[in-house]
Design a protein around this ligand. Structure first.
Ligand code: 13P
Length: 250
């Protein structure tokens, strides 16, 4: 059995009361056949660290600074994330790329910082709708992946988790079709085979309880990165269960 990885990305959502209820429901639900993690907003790291301590649900953050420390107002370093017990950090989410100006080179530098601090980066890649319609999916993915090689050795590349998140499928309720997803995951797998080795590859973009099982069972899918549905305990648990049953058949 190869255990799937299901990661919740809360984005900029939550409050102390709702978080506590959500975290308590997640940890009460035992699911050995799937690896689970939640990536919470920075101010809630301490709360989530306490709620998840001693449980199999891992903690992650959604971003980090490319520098170690110093005069970088408003930024959070990899070391700080480690201090709060983070195992994962999302790097280069499309919202960071499109809304906060993160380019491929910065994503690569942040990825290197995360690895150096002992975090597992979940590096997001994916094309926009315009790029897909222009037939540029592979070219975009190639560019995003190649940028990682400028900062990372092949051994470091092998430590990553890659999340394929087509921009047009994020938050739209319109997940990519299993055929579209598998084609891109296979492309990423081949690129990694050439340059780094085996890493886990996730799919993200409107994954819901009713689509999760099929998406997680694709030959090159190692799990999923879940946005909206990770905020609803029942939905996230169902998606994790889909991950567990896909693990059994992997
Ligand atoms: P949704 O699941 O809300 O589409 O978000 C996906 C995502 O961006 C996860 O990082």
């Amino acid at each position: 059995m190869k255990r799937k990885l299901v990661v919740g990305n809360w984005k900029m959502n939550g409050d102390l009361v709702r978080n506590q209820a959500l975290l308590e429901q997640l940890v009460r639900h035992e699911l050995a056949a799937v690896e689970r993690a939640v990536c919470v907003p920075f101010p809630y790291l301490a709360q989530a660290q306490a709620a998840l301590a001693g449980t199999p649900v891992a903690l992650g953050a959604q971003n980090l600074c490319e520098f170690d420390d110093g005069a970088f107002t408003g930024e959070v370093s990899a070391r700080m994330l480690r201090e709060f017990g983070c195992r994962y950090v999302i790097v280069g989410h499309s919202e960071r790329r499109s809304l906060f100006g993160e380019d491929d080179a910065m994503v690569a530098r942040k990825t290197a910082k995360a690895l150096a601090a002992g975090l597992i980066p979940i590096v997001c890649v994916g094309e926009s709708l315009a790029e897909r319609e222009a037939g540029q999916v592979e070219a975009v993915l190639q560019r995003q992946l190649d940028a990682l090689r400028t900062e990372l050795t092949p051994a470091a590349l092998a430590e990553l988790v890659i999340a394929y998140e087509p921009v047009w499928a994020i938050g739209t309720g319109r997940a990519a079709s299993p055929e579209q997803v598998q084609a891109v995951l296979a492309f990423i797998r081949a690129w990694l085979g050439e340059h780094g080795g085996a890493v886990r590859i996730l799919y993200g973009g409107s994954v819901k309880p009713d689509t999760a099982r099929e998406l997680f069972s694709l030959p090159d899918a190692d799990g999923g990165l879940i946005g909206g549905a990770s905020l609803v305990a029942g939905q996230f648990i169902e998606i994790c269960e889909a991950g567990a049953s896909a693990s059994h058949s992997a």
